[in-house]
Design a protein around this ligand. Structure first.
Ligand SMILES: Cc1cc2nc3c(=O)[nH]c(=O)nc-3n(C[C@H](O)[C@H](O)[C@H](O)COP(=O)(O)O)c2cc1C
Length: 310
């Protein structure tokens, strides 16, 4: 995909609320992600100058190709957020039109916009007009299986002037269960002229090959398959020592970003993903989820190495 005259292509780290903060995005860039997305950011939160919301925009990696994802259903906050974000010069602004979470949907945001194509069009157009960088939209196959409107929806986004679209081919009411239907990606790709980014159920090297072959999309966005596994971006399998080394580096970034107290709380869930499937998992989980300091995490790592090397 060509964005702002630069070729940005390959494997992209998907937006994930509570996960794709600056430390985790840095780790994924270091492992070869070609583009990374922030967590979804509330346009209203930016408009009301909420400090926690603004922090979601921060970067740690100096040359990170960053896509900032925003959500909202009203044009004024979306325009405000777009202008504010453009002052940081991201590679792309992405609009979330796929979030299935009830508290988002009940405000008419996220996947609720799939029920109202006219409104979705107005929102996308407002962002495109306010933006100095390309805009994309990420959406699902439809709100439910009776309303699979991804083709009509994708065309409307193209008409609104967005530069590319990402399809997560599940309906809103599936949340993350069932299988992502890659045939929807194929049909969407055949129906629009703008690039389509493929997403859904890519967990390993074989899946990357399969989704590219099946859909013809070279650009693939990965969410759950990256958890504890940034090596998915470099098509490699890490040794235990490499996992330990990257986890320690991730912890250091977390502490820089959030301070020790919050950084350790944040790193716990990543620890469970980096080291899942090891022996004595109950004991390890207990050590990990009781950890409060950097030393507690180092003790957790040393225990892993003792158990695995015994
Ligand atoms: C914990 C979690 C948080 C997510 N947060 C977001 C989000 O903020 N914005 C978004 O567009 N999608 C979000 N998603 C959806 C993913 O970006 C992706 O579309 C979906 O998980 C399917 O890809 P996968 O099969 O590679 O996981 C989230 C998914 C997960 C599992």
């Amino acid at each position: 995909m060509i964005i702002q005259g630069k070729e940005i292509t390959g494997l992209f780290l998907a937006p994930m609320a509570g996960i794709t903060d600056a430390p985790f995005r840095t780790i994924c860039i270091e492992h070869g992600a070609a583009l990374t997305y922030t967590e979804m950011i509330s346009a209203k939160g930016l408009m009301y100058n909420n400090e926690k919301t603004k922090k979601l925009l921060s970067k740690m990696h100096p040359s990170e190709p960053l896509a900032v994802q925003i959500f909202g259903s009203e044009t004024e906050p979306m325009k405000f957020a777009t202008e504010y974000i453009c002052s940081f010069n991201p590679v792309l602004i992405d609009i979330n039109m796929g979030c299935p979470v009830s508290k988002v949907v009940k405000n008419g945001e996220g996947s609720a916009l799939m029920k109202d194509i006219n409104k979705a069009y107005e929102v996308a157009k407002a962002v495109v007009n306010a933006s100095s960088v390309p805009v994309s939209v990420k959406f699902r196959s439809g709100y439910d299986k009776q309303n699979l409107n991804y083709i009509e929806f994708g065309k409307a986004m193209q008409d609104a002037g967005v530069a590319c679209i990402t399809l997560h081919p599940r309906t809103r009411d599936m949340f993350y269960s069932g299988k992502a239907d890659w045939s929807h990606i194929v049909q969407l790709k055949q129906s629009v002229d703008i690039p389509v980014i493929a997403n859904g159920d890519v967990f390993n090297e074989q899946d990357i090959e399969d989704i590219r072959e099946y859909t013809g999309c070279h650009d693939v966005m990965i969410a759950r398959g990256s958890l504890g596994n940034p090596w998915i971006f470099s098509n490699s399998t890490p040794s235990l020592e490499q996992r330990v080394q990257v986890f320690r580096h991730h912890m250091a970034l977390q502490i820089d970003y959030n301070g020790e107290r919050k950084g350790i709380i944040e790193i716990r869930k990543h620890g469970a993903w980096y080291f899942k499937g090891l022996k004595n998992s109950a004991k390890l989980r207990d050590l990990l989820f009781k950890a409060e300091t950097k030393n507690d995490i180092i003790n957790y790592i040393e225990t892993i190495l003792e158990i695995e090397n015994a």
